[in-house]
Write a protein that binds this ligand. Sequence first.
Ligand code: NAI
Ligand code: ISE
Length: 336
Amino acid sequence: MTVRVGVIGVGMIGEDHVRRLTQVLSGARVVAVTDVDADRAAAVAARAGGARVHADGRSLVGDDEVDAVLVTSWGPTHAEYVLACLAAGKPVFCEKPLATTQEDCLRIIEAEVAGGRRLVQVGFMRRYDSAYRALKAVLAEGTIGPPTMFHSAHRNPSVPSYYTADSAITDTAVHDIDISRWLLDDEIAAATVLKPRRSSRAPGDLQDPLVLLLETSGGVLVDVEIAVTIGYGYDIRGEVVGETGAAALGDGGEVVVRAAAVRSSRVPADWRERFIRAYDVELQEWLDAVAAGSCTGPSSWDGYAATAVADAGLAALHTGSRTAVSLVDRPDLYDK
Ligand code: NAI
Ligand code: ISE
């Protein structure tokens, strides 16, 4: 089956996802796009082989020729379109965040549960990265014993102009929050933020770098280094420490060069380069699931939990205090 996909928001990641849907993956055709920037929508539609351009997201969701929807517009617009997809009974892949408020995440969960089946997948692509998958397999094998700590580092070379002081948590650390929950198979119970000396490169009132400390319900401590103006490249690191060993993401790149008394390997330029294959796998698995009438990736519950922890992280950032995370009961629909 060819899944006919409509895409809402064709900026940086939306356009990149249209490229992979049309040129890299199998089983999809991009039949409709929309963007508040109409010229951009028209240009991307033309490159996608003449997809229809809709005036807005709601009309795209209502298009009978759209089987499934990709929401890649700005975060605060996600909830409206995800809810419209649920009302129309259409599968939807929503980039992170699922919604920018816990209340909107819960409205989505309520609507999905009322429909009785999962239709929403959230774009936490690290779960599809081969290195993170290998790390999770080591934990499952028990090779390093039960985990006690997870060290995570998330370094960006620079930030876009619309990045705010809160984005360090809601836009960037949200990936570390999700991957911690997934790797450790546990919910986050509390968050604390520690602030080192600000980098002279940090714009405006951005606290950069910072350390987000997360405590899981099972007592594992996660420290997340967020540094988003570090210049040298896009560097993602992670090491889980267990009772009898430690396991880390590989750090060598695809090839390590030794020359002129120097050993070197490439640091990716940005998230597109570092996670290029993860995005491919993520969307291919989504398409395959849609074609099979199922939904298997990060769920609305995962989107809600990540937003709830990010909210606690924001409170910790602004108050300087350890902040507890409180989650509603998880509906059966999201049991593993
Ligand atoms: P962007 O600003 O480059 O693109 C967003 C596009 O959406 C723009 O073209 C804008 O005109 C359009 N748009 C905004 N509101 C709209 C609406 N109501 N209807 C139709 N179009 C609308 O932003 P970017 O970086 O592409 O991010 C988009 C989303 O993807 C964000 O939620 C972001 O957090 C997420 N993202 C996820 C990444 C990941 O690693 N999983 C990486 C980058 C972004
Ligand atoms: C961006 O929105 C992403 O999602 C990237 O994966 C992340 O590394 C970056 O910090 C965010 O701004």
